[in-house]
Design a protein around this ligand. Structure first.
Ligand SMILES: [Zn+2]
Length: 177
């Protein structure tokens, strides 16, 4: 993929949605990145740099624009992604199999994996674990018993749960336990 700077700058001047997901304008002054179609004020040429994946923008320290949501563009991600994401949230209490997810949206698991990797830089399982542990952290903060919290997010043992928690958040802190 090699578009010239001028080509890409022209596309953002025209808010051209055809290029959403193909490249991302990053605004050096505000540290925000956008979709080419973003309706926010067009930045001056000298303040723009372009990257080709949302990942690259994040790595460079840019934050996603709150107006065009470059990480959630419907042009960029198919509808079934949303179905999968909802399903993951609805099933925080257990691990999900590839087969189950694949059957849910009637797609090959490798396709689902590819989109996940692109959007979250994580495998489906990693992403699911990530949101399960976030939920656990929230519940622990509310004072729910650790055993209950662990099993409510799919961990049979408190020990395994604590290990996973530590891995994600760096430490396990829970005053009650
Ligand atoms: Zn934007």
């Amino acid at each position: 993929m090699s578009y010239s700077f001028d080509f890409m700058y022209e596309k953002i001047l025209n808010n051209d949605s055809k290029y959403n997901g193909k490249f991302f304008p990053c605004v050096k002054t505000t540290k925000i990145f956008c979709l080419p179609s973003c309706k926010a004020k067009i930045p001056l040429r000298e303040n723009v740099e372009f990257v080709f994946t949302a990942e690259q923008a994040l790595e460079k320290g840019y934050r996603p624009c709150k107006r065009c949501y470059p990480l959630n563009s419907p042009e960029f991600y198919p509808d079934w992604m949303e179905a999968i994401e909802e399903y993951l949230v609805e099933n925080l209490n257990r691990k999900l199999s590839d087969l189950e997810l694949s059957e849910l949206v009637n797609l090959d698991i490798s396709t689902i994996r590819r989109y996940f990797k692109k959007k979250y830089s994580k495998s489906i399982q990693e992403y699911h674990r990530f949101i399960r542990l976030n939920e656990a952290k929230k519940n622990l903060g509310e004072g729910v018993d650790i055993g209950k919290v662990a099993s409510s997010v799919g961990y049979n043992s408190v020990k395994g749960f604590k290990l996973a928690f530590k891995k994600q958040f760096g430490e396990f802190t829970n005053e009650k336990n």
